[in-house]
Design a protein around this ligand. Structure first.
Ligand code: PEP
Ligand code: MG
Length: 759
């Protein structure tokens, strides 16, 4: 059948189906008419509809097969050709049906006369709820255009079936797990932990409610407008690089642009509208066809591109249907494992913490801010899962074991049992750490190590007591900016800082002034005057922004000074590269202090200023800066990305460099020694300090203060109590002087020999 006649055949069928659906007849009568219409329209001797009932695919209507078989012939999911189509949600097109290995002969149907067979699944909410098939006496494959017409009709049928409540959608949803078996997905453990829940896509797939168009021109208009809007969005992303959290976005955007402007894609959608579909249904139809073709090509690279097209198609659907929100805006309804290609920290913070149990990303890296936020929220994250979105469907049950770096989708009962046992064990371990809450972390030789926690939100503060940390060593004030729709006003900032200090009681809190820019983008603050930054991590961020937008820092200084009235204020500046930047930032605070004094306001009893060492250059001027500092905090997340020239949010580099490398350890040791004798507290506040083996190495180079994720406090305290500082110092000295092939391996062995659990 030529393309134009297939389109017109589909249109004729749709026009007739429209009348059938609008008629007042009973659902069964409608289905009987539908098979006649389709059989005639596609010039097929047989047309049958199977629908899911009580877990089986039941023949509901047929033209051409024996009528006695209706409501008698039943197939299990996965059984025969019909069951295979539903089980795999795939299309079959066979010249000789009996030659297919899954063919199962049903004598009551009288189908032996027919040779060719084509069937498509009838899909509702990503589940097969039935199968539509046609058969022919001649042994010939159906043309692709005919298959497309069948798929179009199947979409219409899905709406008819749903409206008539012919299948139980709940039941179809329950059948989901059996439709394809369990799949184990390996990834990189970005935040350790275990979680169980149901898959929710961060960018939800759209459920199409109306398939048949009432007004073709209006549908065309809608899709033209949506294409314009989508192309505008993609172009804007490319120019602002706001897409996701860094990573491979250049490459991704190029592909996106290619697809967004692809004439073939838009033409096929327009053709589908021409055949009588709504804009939404047309986009989905074309996507189904692409999916089907891609399935036949076994090429991982192409599969990746397929996901890009899925993303784009989904974006177009969201635009056209006006359903633009993420799953966060729609609210989570059950225990959820969030599925996304990548996320920004602000996007993650929008989720309801009570229901969000875990996150699985296709990208992600250990020190990306979204991962730090997840760590702070105590949510396990598995990253770098290849082909994730092809394996998981919305609503699928998932077991996430980020401790072991994998997840299982649609688990079977033995898998659930094994997971539950591990979960119970990990809860036991957590309870053992909790028992250390009030135990002070002294090393075996009696040195008190200070174990502080990192925080960023008001909600993090109860963790201080729960984890038994010595205080907050890093309060990331920019988190408040990230979760706000607008720049937080002074009063709001003051209120937060005061609440945090109140919650901390006698324990110290170190507030870091805003560190925005890099992967922490504020939609309401135009970065770099709207100019695109090639390297945002090394760009206009942190203190650089604060010193240039002095108003921002002034407001924050006033808020912090007022909030800490009558107490000690510890404030530190991020990304200090040269001593003058520290002086300039301190002067902003001091001038606010003088102003408040002039106003006879109650001031903090003491203001202690510190700098973060994140830019390697600062290490060379520590002799100049140290006398002016009360404390120095080493931000190893940024420091290592600059030392190794390796973007911390680039997933390709996520495993490339080891924190336990000789370069990092030698560098940190030099920094630590540079401030000896200056009465400056040195803390490591990057993520590495929360990992036991890394913490062990840090203790061995003289670090005595760690500020880490709350979940790490218990395990690190336990480690500290088992370590003899002289021993680890001697070992580290020796390894750094003449390095072993792998410092990590050497440390592991050292720990194992002493019965220290450090991995
Ligand atoms: C760091 O860079 O190590 C750090 C603690 O700051 P952040 O992760 O917020 O950049
Ligand atoms: Mg940093």
């Amino acid at each position: 059948m030529p393309v134009t006649s297939a389109v017109s055949a589909a249109r004729t069928i749709l026009t007739r189906l429209h009348d059938v659906m609008a008629s007042r007849s009973h659902a069964q009568a409608k289905l009987n008419t539908v098979v006649e219409v389709i059989g005639e329209g596609l010039d097929s001797e047989v047309c049958s509809i199977y629908l899911l009932r009580e877990g089986m695919l039941e023949l509901f209507a047929t033209k051409g097969l024996a009528q006695e078989a209706v409501h008698v012939t039943r197939m299990a999911i996965g059984e025969g050709l019909v069951g295979t189509i539903a089980g795999n949600i795939e299309t079959l097109n066979l010249a000789e049906a009996t030659a297919h290995p899954d063919f199962s002969y049903r004598p009551e149907t009288g189908e032996e006369k027919f040779h060719s067979f084509a069937g498509v699944p009838i899909v509702r909410r990503e589940r097969a709820v039935g199968v539509l098939c046609v058969q022919h006496a001649d042994p010939r494959r159906y043309e692709e255009v005919e298959i497309e017409a069948l798929q179009t009709v199947a979409m219409v049928l899905s709406e008819l079936i749903s409206n008539a409540e012919l299948v139980d959608e709940e039941e179809a949803a329950l059948l989901g797990p059996q439709q394809t078996g369990p799949v184990r997905m390996a990834g990189l453990a970005l935040v350790k932990g275990l979680a169980a829940g149901n898959a929710v896509y961060h960018q939800p797939r759209i459920t199409i409610e109306h398939v048949m168009a009432e007004d073709r021109d209006a549908e065309l208009q809608r899709v033209y407008l949506a294409f314009d809007k989508m192309r505008e969005q993609i172009d804007r992303m490319a120019s602002q690089a706001e897409f996701g959290v860094g990573g491979e976005h250049e490459e991704v955007l190029e592909t996106y642009k290619m697809f967004a402007y692809d004439e073939g894609w838009s033409r096929r959608i327009i053709e589908a509208i021409d055949s009588g579909l709504t804009a939404e249904a047309a986009i989905e139809r074309v996507q189904q066809r692409t999916r089907m073709r891609m399935r036949q090509i076994d090429d991982p690279l192409l599969a990746d591109r397929m996901h890009d097209l899925e993303d784009l198609s989904n974006r177009l659907l969201r635009i056209v249907s006006g359903q633009m929100g993420t799953a966060a805006t729609m609210g989570l309804k059950q225990d959820t494992i969030l599925i996304a290609r990548n996320l920004g920290p602000a996007e993650l913070l929008e989720y309801d913490k009570r229901r969000l149990k875990g996150v699985i990303l296709e990208e992600g890296s250990l020190t990306a801010h979204v991962v730090i936020v997840a760590r702070a929220m105590g949510i396990p994250v598995l990253g770098r899962v290849r082909g994730l979105r092809g394996m998981v469907r919305d609503g699928d049950p998932l077991l996430l074991d980020a401790d072991q770096g994998h997840a299982v989708v649609r688990p079977n009962p033995p898998m659930i049992e094994a997971f539950d046992a591990r979960f119970a064990k990990s809860k036991e371990r957590a309870a053992a750490y909790a028992a250390l809450r009030d135990v002070e972390p002294f090393t075996r030789d009696g040195t008190r190590i200070t174990v502080l926690m990192n925080a960023g939100l008001r909600d993090d503060m109860p963790n201080l007591a729960l984890a038994g940390a010595d205080g907050v060593g890093l309060f990331r004030t920019e988190f408040q900016f990230l979760v706000s729709a607008t720049l937080p006003a002074r009063e709001r900032q003051t209120r937060l800082y005061r609440d945090v200090l109140d919650a901390a009681g006698d324990k110290p809190v170190v507030f870091r002034t805003v560190d925005i820019g890099g992967d922490k983008v504020l939609p309401y603050l135009r970065h770099n005057n709207g100019e695109h930054e090639e390297n945002p991590a090394m760009g206009w961020r942190a203190l650089r922004v604060a010193l240039e937008r002095e108003g921002l820092l002034k407001v924050q200084a006033r808020s912090l000074l007022e909030a800490a009235a009558g107490r000690t204020l510890n404030v530190m500046f991020p990304m200090v590269s040269e001593p003058w930047e520290f002086d300039a930032a301190r002067e902003v605070f001091e001038s606010q202090r003088r102003y408040l004094k002039g106003q006879k306001k109650l001031l903090p009893e003491q203001v202690r200023y510190g700098a973060m060492l994140e830019v390697p250059a600062l290490a060379e001027t520590l002799d100049i800066l140290a006398p002016r500092l009360s404390f120095l905090s080493i931000g190893t997340n940024d420091l290592t990305q600059f030392l190794f020239a390796a973007d911390r949010s680039n997933p390709k580099l996520a495993e490339r460099y080891d924190w336990l490398s000789v370069s990092i350890m030698r560098f940190l040791k030099r920094v630590q020694q540079a401030v000896v004798g200056h009465n400056v507290d040195v803390t490591v506040c990057g993520e590495m300090g929360g990992r036991r083996l890394e913490a062990l190495a840090l203790l061995g180079i003289g670090i005595r203060r760690l500020s880490i994720t709350p979940a790490g406090v218990g395990p690190i305290k336990e480690l500290v109590r088992k370590v003899d500082l002289d021993e680890i110092t001697a070992a580290m000295n020796q390894w750094l002087a003449s390095p072993p092939p792998s410092l990590r391996e050497a440390l592991i062995q050292w720990a194992v020999e002493r019965g220290i659990e450090a991995d």
